[in-house]
Design a binder for this molecule. Structure first.
Ligand code: NAP
Length: 305
């Protein structure tokens, strides 16, 4: 496919280069034109003067811009000029609602849209090692696969529009901490209706991963927490940490939060389960909101904590 790239920032510059290496890059456009002109001259591709000009000569456009309003702005500029049957792949990190809005806008022009947020940082973009989480139709995903594989190492379709962004949001929750974030993220993913087995496989290769995510998130998926590291033992260790920090006059918020959650688990009789049992508490967050509000389809491997 003749592929254009929009948004030559820290991530996009590398991603565009990788598309060129794969023989797919036809044209580039960047809001600050000098970046596009320099790259185009180096790679021998077209530097489009605006998104419409790029659209007119491409079957697929990959974009990686900053935020929600930027995605909608670029989509509106592309839509009237793209040939019917073209494909837009958005690698920006935005909301699932924005992804669905972009898909709706493009559908009116006979153009398909995939939300494909990425994880793996600038290094992952440079090395074509990104974890890519796609949302959109199966057919669009199949067409996009050669493009996505030129930029990433783990490319997964999670469901309809917005599902890729939901998976990315799950990844970001994990970055807030270790086991608590993993537990929170898994309950969030469950509520989104994401396929949890695919999620672990893909995000385990992304920048937000950790030993606990790779080795203990499967417990959460199965709703089974055989003792690895027991809740009560970790609670003991954290009590020691609390004490040591207190000597410096410090209170550690993560330690305090986890001690509170472990106390709850121990009181409920789960002290000898693995600490991934934290998930038991996190699923309650979504039940209070009325149960699963998942918008995706085809979820598998739901936990039953
Ligand atoms: P960046 O270096 O700030 O680049 C942003 C790019 O978007 C620039 O090319 C910028 O153009 C363009 N842009 C912004 N607003 C635009 C608009 N309204 N119209 C057209 N172009 C616009 O950002 P980045 O680090 O590459 O990140 C891009 C996206 O990837 C973000 O959504 C980010 O959350 C996500 N992401 C980043 C990382 C990371 O480690 N950096 C990892 C995963 C995901 P100008 O050159 O004119 O400013």
């Amino acid at each position: 496919m003749r592929t254009g790239f929009i948004g030559l920032g820290a991530m996009g510059m590398h991603m565009a280069r990788n598309l060129h290496r794969a023989g797919l890059l036809r044209a580039v456009w960047n809001r600050t034109g000098a970046k596009a002109q320099t790259l185009a001259a180096e790679l021998g591709v077209v530097a489009a003067v605006n998104p419409g000009e790029l659209a007119a000569q491409c079957d697929a456009v990959v974009m990686c811009v900053s935020a929600d309003a930027d995605v909608i702005e670029v989509v509106n500029a592309l839509a009237p000029r793209l040939p019917r049957g073209a494909l837009v792949i958005d690698c920006s990190t935005v909301s699932a609602a924005t992804a669905r809005e972009a898909a709706r806008l493009l559908a009116g022009h006979g153009v398909e849209f995939l939300d494909c947020p990425v994880s793996g940082g600038v290094e992952g973009a440079r090395d074509a090692q990104l974890a890519i989480m796609a949302g959109g139709s199966e057919a669009a995903f199949a067409r996009a696969t050669p493009i996505l594989q030129a930029m990433g190492r783990a490319v997964t379709h999670f469901g309809p529009s917005g599902s890729g962004q939901a998976a990315k949001a799950t990844n970001q929750i994990m970055c807030a901490g270790i086991i608590e974030a993993v537990a929170e993220a898994m309950s969030f993913a469950h509520a989104q209706g994401l396929p949890l087995d695919k999620l672990i496989d893909t995000l385990g290769k992304g920048a937000g991963s950790s030993w606990y995510f790779v080795h203990r998130a499967p417990n959460m998926m199965r709703g089974s927490y055989p003792a690895g590291f027991r809740v009560r033992l970790h609670a003991k260790d954290l009590s020691i940490c609390r004490e040591m920090a207190a000597r410096f006059g410090a209170t550690l918020p993560v330690v305090e939060r986890m001690l509170g959650e472990y106390a709850e688990l121990i009181a409920e009789g789960y002290g000898d389960e693995d600490i991934s049992a934290t998930y038991r508490l996190k699923t309650g967050l979504f039940r209070q909101g009325g149960g699963s509000g998942g918008e995706g389809t085809g979820a598998t491997g739901r936990g039953s904590a």
